[in-house]
Design a binder for this molecule. Structure first.
Ligand SMILES: [Zn+2]
Length: 701
């Protein structure tokens, strides 16, 4: 503090660092179309540079990035001097700064009411278009504001750029310069990036970047293949015609000539209204078809604009309210794996905490390993993170230009990070799964499935109690349910001895559940109620199923190779076998009454469909009893269906039964059949027909 020359040295050093970094970013952005910093990061450095220069005006040099708007043209395009400089706007970031801007207007031109116009600030590339005698003559980029690049050939390919001014609007001026923004709609941008990725290219970072890259192609045919669009927002100059007297009139005039003028421009009488309108646009940002990064506020009256004039290289009569950033640059510190309740391994990005639009973000979703590979994300990378609306933050891309060589390539683990079991990813699937059914991460869901009504049907063992048993370490797999310490269970608060006794009885009773329910209860991937029935019928015991090879399982009608692989893998995971051992030791039945398929029951060969609600028994129970009698229970009615039992609220299946002349029976008849009565008009089907019916049952599954 006491040494001003020391402070000045420090400011000079910081200025040099800022200027060289900004210049490098400018070059990457404008000349290479490969930015290595986010807009917010760029703005932050620019603001710091401006602040230092404001405090030390003696340090401003002509080469400072604050002294120009863009960068020099790239070789390949002719230079075009702008007759009227294309200046950039000052920025305001909040209400206070907006009011400060308006207050300065009143100091320059006192006692004058101003009318304002607010319009969206399209995130694209600024261009100047000249028309001579009504025909498109030349178009150029902003460049450094004084000299731009002649990109007429490329601009001609922009679909909504009028090559002739609409003659219906009246005589065209001898010459007119129109200013606007070339941009890309978000949907078009997404499609373009998909195409580039398909062709093995590197996708664009955002629509603005894509528009800029497309517009500055040396080959106009490439530009023509890109979905560029144009919004115009002002008139630079008019020769041989009359300049409108307000900005809103100018926009209307441009529209009548055939231009897409900036949409929803609105007059605002007070700065309160202006601020309200800025918030309105901010609220709509995520719903628009194109990206906007703020709101432009202008004084409407062009004479007032002239009176207000310019300060430095910015018009005093306009400013841009910049939205809070939705993208930021930060570092990817690590990639963590969470194992979900289904056993899926979910990668999550751990980020150096960064403020994005007012929210500190330290985690981002990564979906799956393919996404990590596609975006080429490495641990230690600088990345661009985006937050939009309430969506979980996402990593847009890595910035390979900023790599130091210390970054690590992430590999999805072959072993579950929770339990150490092997992980497995099926071809064609995006997710990798832990193969261990006793994995603690999956255990809660697994136990809930095991005790559910369609499985072992253990009443009184709800989700909360399952969670408590697991959290207290009382069970480590479903086998432990049959070896619970009942004194400890009864001692759990709010449970009591009565409930504990009931639960114990229910668990005891579940030991006698049919084999199909047990197979379903084991939670083998892809195996549900219906395929469990097919497996129980074919193999007759858990032991036989466990010993079967892949082909034998795959050949069961309705199973096929994918389910077979899942079953086979399950019975070759030692942890699963250990659980089955516990179940067997506890006395859980692992054989079916009927034994393997071939011992036909009373309904052997019959294909039955249940529909609607039955008063006295559940659909699951009815289906199971029918199956025990040898029937195939399917879900769709066909000519092969032997009978349809319809309960209350039976719908289209009953109609279909009538249409196909399939016997349609009621609940009383269902009870009679379950009690041993034969089906009325029993379909006489040979043994081969049964197999055919089972195959179709499998197809229904
Ligand atoms: Zn696991």
């Amino acid at each position: 503090m006491s040494n001003p020359s020391h402070l000045l040295d420090e400011a000079t050093r910081r200025l040099d660092a800022l200027r060289s970094t900004i210049e490098r970013w400018n070059y990457e952005y404008y000349a290479l179309d490969r930015p290595s910093a986010s807009d917010a990061e760029y703005d932050a450095l620019m603001n710091e540079l401006r602040a230092i220069e404001t405090a030390h005006p003696e340090l401003i040099t002509p080469e400072s990035p604050t002294q120009r708007v863009g960068t020099t043209p790239q070789a390949g395009f002719a230079e075009v001097a702008h007759p009227l400089p294309m200046l950039s706007l000052s920025n305001v970031y909040n209400e206070e700064e907006l009011r400060g801007w308006a207050a300065r207007l009143s100091r320059v031109v006192p006692d004058t009411p101003f009318r304002f116009v607010t319009e969206a600030k399209i995130d694209g590339l600024a261009v100047a278009l000249t028309y001579v005698d009504g025909a498109f003559h030349r178009g150029s980029t902003r460049g450094d504001g004084f000299v731009g690049e002649d990109i007429s050939a490329n601009l001609r390919t922009v679909r909504n750029l009028p090559l002739r001014l609409n003659p219906d609007a009246g005589p065209a001026p001898a010459a007119i310069e129109v200013r606007g923004e070339v941009y890309m709609r978000i949907a078009d941008f997404d499609r373009l990036n998909d195409r580039i990725v398909d062709e093995g290219g590197r996708p664009f970072m955002n629509p603005r970047n894509a528009a800029a890259g497309s517009l500055r192609q040396l080959d106009p045919r490439v530009t023509a293949s890109r979905p560029l669009r144009l919004f115009v927002y002002s008139i630079g100059y008019v020769e041989g015609g009359i300049m409108p007297s307000t900005h809103l009139e100018a926009l209307a005039w441009l529209r009548s000539f055939g231009f897409d003028a900036t949409p929803d421009a609105m007059p605002n009488e007070t700065i309160d209204e202006v601020w309200e309108r800025c918030q309105w646009w901010l609220g709509r940002r995520d719903e628009l078809a194109f990206q906007i990064d703020g709101v432009v506020v202008k004084v409407d009256d062009l004479l007032q604009q002239e009176e207000l004039g310019y300060v430095a290289r910015e018009p005093r009569w306009a400013t841009a309210y910049k939205f809070p950033a939705i993208q930021q640059t930060t570092q990817l510190l690590d990639i963590l794996i969470n194992v979900g309740r289904t056993g899926a391994l979910n990668p999550t990005a751990v980020l150096e905490p960064v403020n994005i639009g007012g929210v500190v973000v330290s985690r981002a979703t990564l979906h799956n390993e393919d996404e990590i590979e596609r975006k080429d994300l490495r641990i230690g990378d600088w990345v661009i993170v985006q937050r939009a609306g309430d969506v979980i933050p996402q990593i847009v891309q890595s910035i390979p230009e900023r790599r130091t060589g210390e970054e690590r390539i992430f590999v999805m683990p072959d072993w579950c990070p929770v339990c150490g079991a092997p992980t497995h990813r099926e071809p064609g699937e995006a997710m990798r799964y832990c193969t261990n059914s006793a994995c603690p991460a999956q255990l809660k869901q697994h136990v809930q499935h095991f005790v559910s009504r369609g499985a072992m049907d253990i009443a009184g063992l709800g989700e909360k109690l399952v969670d408590r048993f697991i959290d207290l370490g009382m069970i480590h797999d479903v086998g432990d349910l049959y070896a619970l310490d009942w004194e400890a269970v009864a001692a759990l608060d709010r449970l009591g001895e009565k409930s504990a006794a009931n639960l114990r009885a229910a668990i005891e009773a579940s030991k006698a559940q049919p084999l199909a329910r047990l197979i379903n209860a084991l939670g083998i991937r892809h195996i549900g109620e219906r395929s469990a029935v097919l497996l129980a019928e074919r193999f007759g015991s858990l032991e036989a199923l466990a010993l079967a090879d892949r082909d034998t399982i795959a050949n069961v009608p309705g199973i096929g190779p994918v389910l077979a692989a899942s079953v086979f893998d399950f019975f070759h995971e030692p942890r699963n076998l250990a659980v089955i051992g516990k179940l067997r030791t506890a006395g859980v039945r692992t054989e079916s009454d009927e034994g393997p398929a071939g011992n036909g029951g009373a309904l052997a060969g019959a294909t039955i469909v249940l529909t609607g609600r039955f008063a006295g028994l559940s659909r699951t129970d009815a289906e199971e009893q029918l199956r025990r009698l040898g029937a195939n229970v399917t879900s769709s009615v066909s000519k092969k269906t032997s009978a349809v039992f319809a309960g209350e609220d039976a719908g289209s299946k009953a109609d279909r039964a009538r249409a196909l002349s399939v016997p349609l029976l009621d609940e009383a008849m269902l009870r009679a059949v379950l009690a041993g009565e034969a089906l009325p008009d029993p379909p006489a089907k040979p043994a081969r027909a049964r197999n055919a019916a089972r195959a179709s049952a499998g197809a229904d599954a």
